[in-house]
Design a protein around this ligand. Structure first.
Ligand code: AHM
Ligand code: MG
Length: 340
């Protein structure tokens, strides 16, 4: 078996930069800083089960330090790692209501960072995979003063990079810098402390054999979605029905979908017409990754990346994965006329 190239995340990012003579190197630095933050969050996530020994969240630990909830820790760690490089003009996090300004006296840059610091955090206590999701834009506001809410409210196709870190059986960072540069995955070597290229140029199969959604909400789904899932269950595809897989951590479910193909769905339903997942922090970055890997991501009708956001924390239904699977569910939704 041929040995894979030994390629660290920093080397991969630097080599990618060489292909772009116009690049200033800023985006590379941002990605490297995100990699560093990911390592620190990963270390803390790996200690999660020790909380009772080292101190409950909210308590003081044996060192007399307050033990933070992991999602708050991840949120603060990302801000701390990212707000001093002079690259950003504004940030926004799923954990904070409003936009996050840079500290006073910091150099202000031309990029915008949006992130979900620890997605799926309700799974932490059961040792189930969780993740960090990030999304990077260029500012649209004029001048070099602090960024604005409008800088954050850009449609997803304007992202210049996006990615996630999955804290699972190993820690992986997966990113794309868009524009056909592909999706690349790096696995953290815990001894070496570095991300190594393990999944070069990820391509999702055109059709998969797995569907992934919370079936507990079945009776609230639109009729077209009910029909689609029943169709997958009652037909055989190359001799087998589709398999159901649902972790309940978007990062883990999307990671599996990218690698194996199939479809991940968080629909709108009777109670929540726009579903649960957030456009800016969850759906846009995953949609960019999915399209770059050759997949498709829509709200059931239209491309996620073309939604013009109106609010920082707005939600959207999402149907994302292998192209043929997403196209088929869209057809079922049209035929079911979105009736409930
Ligand atoms: P969170 O941002 O509060 O962690 O919620 C987002 C998570 C996603 O990771 C996951 O896909 C979804 O919520 C699961 O929701 P549900 O429990 O309704 O199936
Ligand atoms: Mg989340």
């Amino acid at each position: 078996m041929a040995t894979k190239r030994f390629m660290t995340l920093p080397r991969h990012i630097m080599e990618g930069e060489k292909e772009h003579p116009e690049a200033t190197g800023e985006l590379s630095t941002i990605l490297l800083q995100l990699g560093l933050a990911a390592k620190l969050i990963s270390l803390e996530v790996n200690k999660a089960g020790l909380a009772e020994i080292l101190g409950f969240t909210g308590d003081e630990n044996v060192h007399g330090e307050k033990v933070k909830k992991l999602d708050i820790y991840a949120h603060e760690m990302l801000i701390k790692a990212m707000d001093h490089g002079g690259h950003f003009c504004v940030m926004a996090s799923e954990e904070e209501e409003d936009i996050i300004h840079l500290p006073p006296n910091q150099k202000i840059g031309k990029y915008v960072l949006l992130f979900d610091p620890l997605d799926g955090s309700s799974n932490i206590d059961a040792n189930i995979s969780i993740g960090t999701i990030f999304s990077i834009y260029k500012r649209i506001s004029q001048g070099n003063g602090p960024g604005t809410r409008e800088d954050c409210l850009q449609p997803g196709y304007k992202q210049v990079a996006a990615g996630y870190v999955v804290y699972g059986s190993s820690t992986m960072l997966v990113y794309t810098s868009g524009h056909g540069h592909g999706v690349h995955g790096f696995t953290l070597d815990p001894a070496f402390g570095e991300f190594l290229l393990s999944h070069d140029g990820i391509k999702i199969p055109k059709q998969g054999r797995i569907y992934s959604l919370n079936e507990g909400n079945y009776f609230s789904w639109p009729q077209g979605l009910k029909n689609y899932i029943k169709y997958l269950q009652s037909n055989l595809f190359e001799g087998k029905p589709y398999q159901a897989r649902y972790v309940g951590s978007m990062v883990a479910d999307i990671h599996r979908t990218l690698l194996y193909g199939g479809i991940f769905i968080y629909p709108g339903d009777k109670r929540n017409l726009k579903g649960k997942l957030r456009l800016m922090y969850e759906c846009n970055p995953m949609a960019l990754l999915m399209e770059e890997a050759g997949g498709r991501a829509t709200d059931g009708h239209s491309r996620i990346l073309e939604i013009q956001p109106e609010a920082l924390h707005e939600r959207t239904p999402i149907y994302i994965g292998s192209e043929d699977d997403v196209l088929l569910v869209e057809k079922f939704l049209r035929d079911g006329a979105d009736r409930y």
